[in-house]
Ligand binder design. Structure first.
Ligand code: FES
Ligand SMILES: [Fe+2]
Length: 364
């Protein structure tokens, strides 16, 4: 079980708009490629190859000058389209004086980048996340470096039965509850949807702190994967008040956005936001802090898994019932990899490829 290759022709989260002010530039690796993200003084964000065409100096070490990014070494300047706009002490700018420009779209507080074939980048297909614009929610965002292959993070988020073990102090709840809960997984045209309902259950610590539940709750976890991001809606209402019939206005909702962008084969950018519908009493900050604590616990797990997988690359992994969502996700990813080729643009089957299975429902 080695590392899963990259899907190239997708919109990936490059970062949070709010983290890049005019004049800012930051160098990052996406899918093993060095990229500089920068915002010009007119407020437009750009993504360029982070390597000066002159002598390979990282442009992220340079400075933003008006609508250009200037290399710190000999002062060549580049526009957002990657073309060199100025060579000091030289009038003629050769055709070849350019760096690669990556399509970048900003929407709903998120910067999306396209690392694949430029002619296939369609801004109309940038994923939608209206929660970031919904006034009934408050949200906070973060960027966590993860020392693990991107697929490990997908698996982690698609199978929340790890909550009572890894996250006992925050969003966990007791293990029996999680293992008596049915996991339903459905394939979507371009995704996978997993739902787990925990009726009439004890509220975990985060829920009591945020929403002040006194008695038992009807709790839900609804997870949607599309390549490669995951939306997770979790929450609860007082037991018996109609949460499963859609009457959730009086309840507590946490909406998690999880952008999963490969950095290298063994490291991943994890861009996540947490939104909650209780806006008073410092709840959005508190929920964010608790979530950050929770995700740090996942970071540790992924790092340990990755280390072991590198030591034993050929050993198989076992699926259990709660992996039904993760398995559907892996099947979809394997199909996309077959269609799309791997990180080098070659087409080849992926070892995780498995025959498609019909929609399924599993009861552990
Ligand atoms: S390396 Fe960039 S200007 Fe010389
Ligand atoms: Fe977790």
């Amino acid at each position: 079980m080695g590392t899963t290759p990259f899907l190239r022709n997708l919109w990936y989260v490059a970062g949070w708009s709010a983290d890049l002010a005019p004049g800012d530039r930051v160098g990052r690796l996406y899918l093993n490629k060095p990229v500089v993200l920068w915002r010009d003084m007119d407020g437009q964000a750009h993504a360029l190859e982070d390597r000066c065409v002159h002598r390979a100096m990282p442009l992220s070490a340079g400075v933003v000058e008006g609508k250009a990014l200037r290399c710190p070494y000999h002062g060549l300047e580049f526009g957002g389209n990657g073309r060199c706009t100025r060579i000091p002490a030289q009038d003629k700018i050769p055709e070849t004086a350019k760096v690669r420009a990556y399509p970048l779209v900003e929407k709903q507080g998120i910067m999306w980048i396209w690392m694949g074939d430029v002619e296939r980048a369609d801004p109309a297909r940038v994923p939608n996340y209206p929660i970031h614009e919904d006034p009934t929610y408050a949200w906070r965002s973060a960027h966590f470096p993860v020392k693990g292959n991107w697929q490990l993070l997908v698996d982690n988020l698609m199978d929340l039965s790890h909550l009572p073990y890894i996250h006992a102090r925050t969003i966990g709840g007791n293990p029996e509850l999680h293992f008596s809960t049915r996991t339903q997984s459905h394939k979507l045209p371009n995704g996978v949807r997993v739902a787990r309902h925990m009726p009439n259950s004890e509220p975990p610590p985060t829920y009591v702190d945020a929403a002040g539940f006194q008695g038992r709750i009807d709790r839900w976890q609804e997870i949607e994967f599309e390549p490669v991001l995951i939306r997770i809606h979790t929450g609860a209402c007082e037991a018996g008040t109609g949460a499963y019939e859609g009457r959730r206005d009086q309840g507590f909702s946490m909406r998690g956005f999880h952008g999963i962008t490969p950095e290298t084969e063994t490291t991943t950018h994890y861009f996540w936001s947490m939104a909650t519908n209780i806006l008073t009493g410092g709840v959005p900050d508190e929920v964010f802090e608790q979530t950050a604590r929770t995700f740090r616990e996942d970071q540790d797990v992924l790092e340990m898994q990755q280390e072991r997988m590198l030591q034993c690359p050929d050993e198989p992994l076992l699926d259990i019932a709660s992996d039904v969502g993760g398995r559907h996700t892996r099947q979809l990813i394997a199909r996309l990899l077959r269609e799309d080729g791997d990180g080098d643009g070659r087409r080849r089957p992926h070892p995780a490829a498995a025959p498609a299975t019909p929609q399924s429902e599993l009861t552990p």
